[in-house]
Design a protein around this ligand. Structure first.
Ligand SMILES: [Zn+2]
Length: 147
């Protein structure tokens, strides 16, 4: 339990959803947490991605079609938003307090921005795919109710 508190992306080994025979979509935040942790947003089986950012076609456990939704520009948008809100205040703090030469700022902040972007893009895409799958499942349930 302490692992979950210290690392919100880490799940306990005995997640009840992993071997569920008829998986149903978990609540939105749980699904997004599973997606961010590179796990199927429906049943929790890893991996969600086949490469760095390519979503697997289907889940090997619950057979959910994971590539039915397209995240498009949502993950880069949120990644840029988040990285910008981390890097820009840091850059301003360093500039105001130390006023280092521009080459030194570039040597520090360009790699830092790139690294942070690469680290955040994949979990944000996983959470986005989960969010879209969750919306898709709600729409399917609504359509089934009205039929
Ligand atoms: Zn699954």
């Amino acid at each position: 339990m302490d692992d979950i508190l210290h690392n919100p992306l880490r799940l306990p080994e005995d997640v009840d959803l992993i071997r569920h025979p008829n998986p149903i979509m978990p609540r939105l935040w749980r699904a997004m947490r599973l997606g961010a942790a590179n796990r199927c947003p429906v049943c929790g089986t890893p991996p969600l991605f086949a490469g760095y950012l390519r979503v697997r076609a289907t889940c090997t456990q619950c057979h959910t079609q994971l590539n039915a939704v397209h995240a498009d520009d949502i993950p880069p948008y949120f990644t840029i938003l988040l990285v910008g809100h981390i890097i820009v205040p840091l850059l301003l703090l360093v500039e105001v307090n130390f006023a280092p030469p521009i080459w030194l700022e570039a040597a520090i902040f360009l790699p830092l921005t790139t690294l942070l972007t690469l680290l955040l893009l994949r979990p944000i895409k996983g959470a986005t795919v989960a969010w879209l799958l969750h919306n898709e499942s709600k729409a399917d349930a609504r359509d089934a109710f009205h039929d």
